[in-house]
Design a protein. Structure first.
Lengths: 343, 322
């Protein structure tokens, strides 16, 4: 059922260009006022075949909205997506049904994302049935997938969601996503709600599945440690924009954007002798309804200057494959600290 | 020296359709000015411990056994006015979800002032001044304006600061913190952890900090007690727990904490999942998930204390042949 690889290994599996989504906010008397939340504002990136792209950021940064836009659970206000050379949702492009079969999603809340009236087997078999597989073939696929994700079918197959633990439910969700034989999975905080010991089991399972099925992951998480472990490249978002994107080793070792540096500095040390002494940032992420002009990070940024309020910094490639959107990085920006290369 | 808080053989059962044993034979001491981290996964009994300390469980459906003493006072025997004075006066609590803990129809300032007046014979003006002083203390910018704000007008981090201000308004000797940073963003979490550490140092209060996140515990705690299925399985200084855990469960928890060092490798895991508290296995509750389990583990290992550390295991990690 899986669609064959068409563009070859060099062609990105997913290309996202200038994606944006604005939500209207009701405010004032009778809901007038016409304010907007620019939840996702001109986000562009690509995901290579077989790669894991980690997406990090704090609440309100637009990472989950981006996931929902890509999965077409929300309709974008602007921008385009190309899946292995085929435009998505455009005239003459890929049919939505094919797109959805190729791209599946696993959500954070394992309970809310399962139908409480379907058993584990029925949940997994439902999708393939809809996509035209016979009842017995769909069931057979469900049984083998359930076994593959580590749940014995004879023991767990006939259980309902409330009869499963959080880790087991998330395994069912993964199996359900795989039942379509997709090429890409969007994992939106898929391990965030699990206990640490169970989280490690599910992460190992995801790694195994990726290797044996040649999957591509978009892995969204607020946990920088998990992203460091799993991702090949990392994208950092802040208030609806991409502020930095690059290979995982480079981004963690030499973060270019002040926000990325703050995020990394906020990870608790595991050593009581080297406790964090100073908070890298003050204040909370600002309200996305009225983001600051220019660089959206500037009111929390220790390096902010006049130019940061006037001009929106664009993503620039500093080292090969490593992009950051900060005036500090741009010698021509007019930022006083700019020529001094960041350590 | 007598400890500030002494918990002896505490057991909690919830009765109803099924009987759930949430805590069994829990014993620990807490010195004045000490920060104890309770570390465990969901269902380990860490939040139940805090709620029992504050007597928050409905007496009709809860069976509590054992003894809790704070400053020589028998906590489980408190009734009426004495219990009210104890809650929020001697001991207070901050919660994971500050948005749910505040009353949405009163301002932050009113709620802090109300708590002050419930415990101290002071007038409105004095109580309000104390509320303002508390908001300043927890480093809320423009505290004067925030005094008249409702909880929904504050961001998550500010709300948690206001919650801490409320909890500390009557200078409790003991602060119970139930996952106070779990719902917060990373850059806000570290601010709150630093604030708690600073306030603890200034006031000299004792703190019990409940968390499932070893990293957060390491940032604030002096000592860590690891809980599993309603019991403490290991207790030790925070450095020792992280560097040399002795219970197989603590060792598994520390090892399965994801870090960059694991890249490209399979993560070490603890197989299985935490037990059902309404059908606990006899003996060591961790035995079904433990690689070292033997016939001996069918008997419950006692929590053995020596000096500052404690352990409940028949086969501690350091005993393994290497």
């Amino acid at each position: 059922m899986s669609a064959e690889d068409r563009g070859g290994p060099a062609q990105p599996l997913l290309l996202v260009n200038e994606l944006s989504k604005h939500f209207a906010v009701r405010s004032g008397l009778f809901g007038r006022g016409g304010q907007q939340v620019r939840a996702v504002d001109g986000v562009s990136f690509s995901v290579a075949k077989g790669e894991t792209l980690g997406v990090v950021g704090e609440s309100g940064c637009g990472k989950s909205t981006t996931a929902r836009l890509i999965a077409r659970l929300l309709k974008a206000d602007g921008g385009e997506m190309v899946f292995d050379g085929d435009a998505v949702g455009a005239y003459g492009g890929m049919a939505l049904k094919d797109y959805r079969r190729n791209l599946q999603m696993v959500f954070q809340d394992s309970f809310a994302s399962l139908n409480p009236r379907l058993t584990a087997i029925d949940t997994i078999a439902y999708g393939p049935r809809v996509h035209g597989l016979s009842k017995s073939a769909a069931r057979q696929r469900a049984v083998s997938l359930l076994a593959r994700v580590g749940l014995a079918p004879e023991q767990f197959g006939s259980r309902y969601p409330h009869e499963l633990s959080g880790g087991q439910r998330q395994r069912v969700n993964i199996a359900r996503a795989l039942a379509f034989e997709p090429r890409m999975l969007i994992l939106d905080e898929a391990v965030a709600a699990l206990d640490k010991s169970v989280q490690a089991q599910v992460l190992n399972l995801l790694q195994e599945l990726k290797a044996e099925r040649g999957l591509t992951y978009l892995f969204i998480s607020h946990d920088l440690q998990v992203v460091h472990y799993l991702a090949d490249r990392v994208m950092v978002m802040y208030l609806g924009r991409v502020v930095e994107i690059g290979p995982v080793a480079a981004l963690y070792a030499q973060p270019r954007h002040p926000y990325t540096r703050a995020l990394l500095a906020a990870v608790p040390s595991m050593d009581p002798a080297r406790r964090t002494e100073r908070s890298p940032l003050s204040g909370d992420p600002p309200n996305p309804i009225n983001p600051p002009s220019g660089c959206r990070f500037r009111d929390r940024c220790p390096h902010a200057q006049a130019v940061c309020a006037e001009q929106v910094p664009l993503l620039r490639e500093t080292v090969t494959g490593h992009w950051a959107a900060c005036h500090l990085d741009d010698p021509r920006s007019g930022h006083a600290e700019a020529p001094v290369m960041l350590s | 020296m007598t400890p500030l808080l002494s918990v002896q053989g505490l057991g909690v059962q919830f009765t109803g359709e099924r009987t759930v044993t949430a805590l069994s034979d829990l014993s620990f001491d807490l010195a004045a000015g000490e920060v104890l981290g309770l570390l465990g996964e969901s269902g380990s009994g860490k939040s139940v411990t805090l709620r029992t300390l504050l007597r928050l469980h409905p007496p009709r459906s809860t069976r509590v056994t054992g003894k809790i003493e704070l400053d020589g006072q028998d906590v489980l025997a408190l009734r009426g006015r004495d219990l009210q004075r104890y809650r929020g006066g001697a001991v207070s609590m901050i919660f994971q979800e500050p948005g749910m803990a505040f009353d949405p129809v009163y301002t932050i300032g009113d709620q802090i002032a109300e708590a002050v007046r419930a415990h101290e014979p002071v007038g409105r003006e004095v109580a309000r001044a104390r509320a303002l002083q508390m908001l300043d203390r927890v480093q809320i910018p423009q505290a004067k304006r925030r005094l008249d704000a409702y909880s929904h007008e504050l961001s998550g981090g500010m709300r948690q600061r206001a919650m801490i201000a409320l909890a500390l308004a009557c200078q409790p000797k003991l602060l119970l913190a139930d996952e106070p940073t779990t719902a917060l963003d990373a850059t806000v979490q570290i601010q709150i952890l630093l604030l708690l550490r600073e306030l603890q140092r200034e006031t000299g209060m004792s703190v019990i900090f409940v968390t499932h996140d070893i990293g957060a515990a390491v940032e604030v705690a002096d000592r860590i007690a690891v809980m599993y299925a309603g019991r403490i399985v290991e207790e030790n200084g925070v450095g020792e727990i992280v560097a040399a855990p002795r219970h197989p469960y603590s060792a598994g928890l520390v090892a399965s904490t994801v870090s960059a060092a694991h890249r490209g490798q399979v993560l070490p895991t603890i197989g299985g999942s935490p037990p059902d508290l309404s059908a606990l296995p006899s003996g060591c509750a961790f035995a079904p998930r433990c690689a070292q389990a033997s016939a001996q583990c069918r008997a419950q290992p006692a929590l053995v204390r020596d000096a500052a550390r404690a352990l409940a295991c028949w086969h501690p990690v350091s005993d393994y042949p290497s």
